[in-house]
Design a binder for this molecule. Structure first.
Ligand code: HEM
Length: 472
């Protein structure tokens, strides 16, 4: 036997031994080994890989998990190291504030494109540092100080819609809203909006979302030279462009040098663009397909804002109960976050008879709470009235309104998002008559893919509308 053959055989033997060791460990000795779920999911990440990457159209594991919860119950081992507990009460236990620490599950995909960002901070303490440095810019008072800028963006939106009335142009409101929110968050973050290349950014960013699953398994962004990567991956082109724009921004020179700031900026723009716009376009679809809801909303807006040319202050819009209920329901039904928000705890967490040990990653699927039939009957139905009235169910629903998350890692941009939602919806429905144009729920609105946030089918053309006239 030649010596190199002996070495090869030893290598093969050691690899085999290692694989057998991993299999035995994951199936019999891992702290999650007795948890319910298919054996294959507990054995290998390839199970998740198949549904998220190989099974068309991609991002299908969250749907498979819904099916598995139906079979195994609320607690499920979903990968070798992760457990998902689809229970609204456990949500409150996991996503906490206060002194209990939660660490992001470090292999969770969030940070692969931007490891220096708030969203990618693994340790609780690092996250606190990053969050504290940003949160003062996103407080309610900070957002309100910039209201005049938001109003000027709304004026541009209304101008665009008035032009559409004149030209009979069909508006893709999904893209229009994304350009609006990109304009706001880029100006908010960099002092200069990226309007010149707005549409290109939005469309390329959507392509980028489609590469998210690949990035989770193949974190190539930091290992392959950027020029090569740009040829291969749309998300790399987006990142490069954004970094270029950022370096042209008004940030001080010293700050521009740091990759961390680039990462942070990227996350703010990603988190602040598609999120609000997706919720708004979902709202538009449901309002325009239900005349009774449209009519209630109109009545409220017409009474509160008699002059249709007047600017609508955020503070005034926030006081309108029906508009508020419509927007809450839009957030609930959109259930934006399909990505698993995975954390580990420093102490064991108990769920019924199951003890989840420190080190195991845990999540609750947001959709499982926002579509919980017991809390939100007929969850697929867009019904703003579930947020109104004196029923004791309303406070319970508010308690489980988790569209913006809970706890230390809840949405940083929640105040900005609400201001955008109120202003865009109030302006659109007070000032314009419109109808849907070739928009099909199954194709254009229904969430069927997990791309970190929920995306409709690959064939979606977006929610499109015809603006009929400017209201008086
Ligand atoms: C309707 C609109 C929005 C919804 C429904 C939404 C929802 C969420 C949710 C559920 C999370 C928690 C994610 C997790 O647990 O992993 C989150 C985090 C975050 N959101 Fe939003 N978001 C919206 C708009 C915005 C906007 C406008 C910004 C602008 C800055 C923003 C910035 C962020 C950031 C930076 C985080 C990470 C926070 C952290 O890790 O501490 N979001 N968002």
């Amino acid at each position: 036997v030649r010596p190199d053959n002996v070495a090869l055989k030893w290598c093969a033997f050691l690899v085999l031994l290692y694989v057998c060791g991993v299999i035995v460990y994951r199936l019999y000795f891992h702290s999650l080994s007795r948890f319910p779920g298919p054996k294959m999911a507990g054995l290998t990440y390839l199970y998740e890989f198949y549904y998220d990457v190989l099974k068309a159209p991609g991002g299908q594991y969250y749907l498979k998990l819904e099916e598995l919860h139906g079979k195994y119950g609320p607690i499920l081992r979903i990968t070798p190291d992760e457990v998902q507990v689809n229970d609204a009460d456990f949500f409150e236990k996991l996503y906490v504030t206060g002194s209990s620490k939660r660490h992001r599950w470090e292999t969770a995909g969030t940070g692969k494109t931007s490891p220096g960002s708030i969203a990618a901070a693994v340790s609780h303490d690092l996250h606190r540092i990053r969050r504290n440095s940003l949160s003062k810019f996103f407080s309610k008072a900070a957002v309100m100080r910039l209201e005049s800028r938001l109003q000027s963006k709304m004026a541009s939106l209304c101008q665009k819609l008035e032009e559409a009335v004149r030209c009979g142009e069909i508006i893709n409101i999904s893209t229009t809203f994304s350009m609006l929110t990109l304009s706001i968050i880029s100006e908010y973050s960099f002092g200069k909006s990226w309007d010149d290349q707005g549409e290109e950014f939005v469309l390329t960013m959507r392509e980028g979302f489609n590469s998210m699953h690949l990035l989770k398994y193949f974190p190539v962004m930091h290992y392959v030279p950027r020029p090569i990567l740009e040829q291969l991956l749309s998300v790399a082109r987006v990142v490069s462009k954004w970094e270029t724009v950022m370096l042209d921004s008004r940030l001080p020179e010293s700050e521009k040098e740091t990759q961390r700031i680039a990462d942070e900026a990227l996350i703010l723009v990603i988190a602040g663009t598609e999120s609000t716009s997706r919720t708004l376009s979902t709202a538009i679809y449901h309002i325009l397909t239900q005349p009774a809801i449209l009519s209630n909303l109109r009545d409220e807006l017409d009474k509160a804002i008699p002059d249709s040319n007047a600017e609508i202050p955020v503070a005034k819009a926030e006081l309108l109960p029906y508009l508020t209920a419509v927007l809450k329901e839009a957030n609930r039904i959109t259930a934006l976050l399909t990505n698993r928000s995975l954390f580990t705890a420093e102490q064991p967490l108990q769920y019924k008879e199951w003890t989840i040990q420190p080190g195991a990653a845990m999540c609750v699927n947001y959709r499982a709470v926002l579509y919980n039939e017991d809390i939100f009957p007929e969850p697929e139905r867009f019904d703003p009235s579930r947020w109104l009235g004196d029923s004791e169910e309303v406070p319970r629903r508010n308690r489980h309104f988790i569209a913006f998350g809970r706890g230390h890692r809840s949405c940083l941009g929640v105040n900005l998002a609400w201001a955008e939602l109120y202003l865009a919806a109030a302006n659109m429905f007070r000032k314009f008559d419109m109808q849907l144009h070739d928009t099909v729920y199954e194709r254009d609105v229904k969430i069927v893919r997990d791309c970190n946030v929920g995306f409709p089918s690959l064939q979606s053309k977006g929610v499109r509308i015809e603006i009929l006239n400017r209201r008086s």
